[in-house]
Ligand binder design. Structure first.
Ligand code: UD1
Length: 422
């Protein structure tokens, strides 16, 4: 198994290009199931999670090819398709559940294994299920699979009130409603930029959607959707992660494609901690200004502080001046990076969903274990600030969400290298 060796070696300088968003792309790809015509995504990230979604869509009968060095995904789903999403593929990634809504809309039936993915909590699917049931679907759980059947004549528009602003449920229902009979209103919908990106793409395909980016989305069902070409929105989590690199290691880095509106609350927190951020045309520049001040963080749905940047923020707080309290409100088991950071000399006390981090002057390199996607990258960031060498093991988690991480960080002067495992 590969590992990554990080040696803290001082200030970073240069530019890092930010890829298209993994989470947007994973929601956009299943939209191919809604049309017989081709759907082409540009600015697609080259990640193992995207490969998993490609394999899943192919298993359902879609044609998916990667072009232009992998950054263009040309998809086409015509004719009869399979409606069973197999456990062997779905278990690798929770986002596989995003084929449920499109399959029900197109085929009137779907059998989808309950998903796997990062081990960061129970992550049930009740909000997806209740929403689809409100549209007339009958859904049963049998042998680890959800068996869903639309009513005769297809899904029906409905007013759906989500118990929580779930990102995946909003995406599934949004896609399902595009081809339903009548009008669907999703209340307490998620407002993440990835939802807006999906709605933009669906509109290009002919869907009638209003209100995406707010808590109430209205979808007027249409009889059919056509093809489209759509660029995937910038990955705000990759952006936020690399914004922290010059803050932790020192220096100044330009994030190409960076947009402040994708990360409002995160940028506000960094500025509160003393970081300088400037928005240029088409990029963001971040300047490390020495040891930051400790700031408290509470994760929340967009536009709040993203849970997917909590681990990275914790890495920064490990060497901040003062004590920071980090509250994780989205997932119940998302502090697995804390004991690993402690192995590097951090002072962290975890009580339930709250972590109290007392900044130390310097971390020390150590062998550490990546436990999930964002936890892995937090250990790499911590390694940039540590004295000596940090070896991050189990980096397959990283490859799910960060393309060419060692190249991107290496290009701004970080000493990060992949060590091939046996
Ligand atoms: C998406 C992102 C993930 C991010 C998360 C929260 C993708 C592919 N993944 O995941 O990176 O961390 O949003 O921003 O886009 N929940 C339920 N019942 C449900 C659905 C969710 O209880 O039916 C709970 C989950 O267990 C979790 C919380 O709601 O505690 C948030 O989940 P959700 O917003 O659905 O996240 P995902 O779409 O899985």
């Amino acid at each position: 198994m590969d590992s990554i060796r990080v040696t803290g070696n001082g200030p970073l300088k240069g530019a890092i290009p930010i890829a298209g968003a993994k989470n947007a792309c994973l929601a956009l790809m299943p939209a191919t199931l809604l049309s017989d015509e081709p759907l082409t995504l540009t600015n697609a990230p080259r990640l193992s999670d995207i490969k998993t979604m490609k394999t899943l869509l192919e298993s359902l009968g879609a044609e998916v090819s990667r072009m232009a060095d992998g950054q263009v995904l040309a998809m086409s789903t015509h004719g009869a398709i399979n409606h069973v999403a197999d456990y062997e593929i779905v278990r690798k990634m929770r986002a596989s559940n995003l084929v449920l809504g499109p399959l029900l809309a197109r085929e009137g039936r779907a059998v989808v294994s309950l998903p796997g993915g990062c081990a960061i909590g129970a992550r049930p699917m009740d909000i997806h299920i209740t929403g689809l049931e409100a549209m007339g679907a009958v859904i049963e759980l049998k042998d680890g699979y959800l068996h869903a059947e639309a009513p005769k004549g297809g899904l029906k528009g409905a007013v759906i009130n989500f118990a929580f602003a779930s990102v995946g449920a909003t995406e599934n229902l949004l896609m399902a409603a595009t081809l339903a009979k009548g009008t669907t209103v999703i209340n307490n919908a998620a407002r993440e930029p990835e939802i807006v990106d999906l709605a933009d793409c669906l509109r290009k395909m002919g869907a009638q959607i209003e209100g995406d980016g707010t808590s109430s989305i209205t979808i007027q069902g249409v009889d059919r959707l056509g093809g489209a070409t759509h660029p995937v929105v910038t990955d705000r989590i990759e952006l936020g992660t690399y914004m922290l690199a010059p803050v932790i290691a020192g220096g100044e880095v330009e994030l190409l494609g960076g947009r402040r509106d994708l990360l409002g609350a995160f940028c506000d927190k960094l500025e509160e901690a003393g970081v300088e951020i400037s928005q240029n045309e088409g990029s963001l520049t971040v300047r490390g200004t020495g040891r930051v001040k400790a700031v408290d963080v509470v994760t929340a749905p967009f536009p709040g502080f993203p849970t997917d940047l909590q681990a990275q923020m914790m890495a920064l707080m490990c060497t901040a001046e003062g004590t920071a309290v980090l509250e994780e409100k989205i997932f119940e088991n998302r502090f697995m990076h804390a004991p690993e950071l402690v192995r590097m000399g951090a002072a962290i006390d975890v009580q339930g969903g709250t972590a109290t981090v007392t900044g130390v002057e310097r971390l020390k390199g150590a062998p550490v274990m990546a436990t999930d996607l964002r936890a892995s990258v937090s250990l790499i960031l911590a390694g940039l600030a540590a004295e000596g060498e940090t070896i991050v093991n189990r980096v397959y988690h990283l490859d799910r969400g960060y393309e060419r991480l060692e190249e991107k960080l290496g290009a701004v002067g970080a000493n990060v290298e992949r060590v091939q495992g046996s």
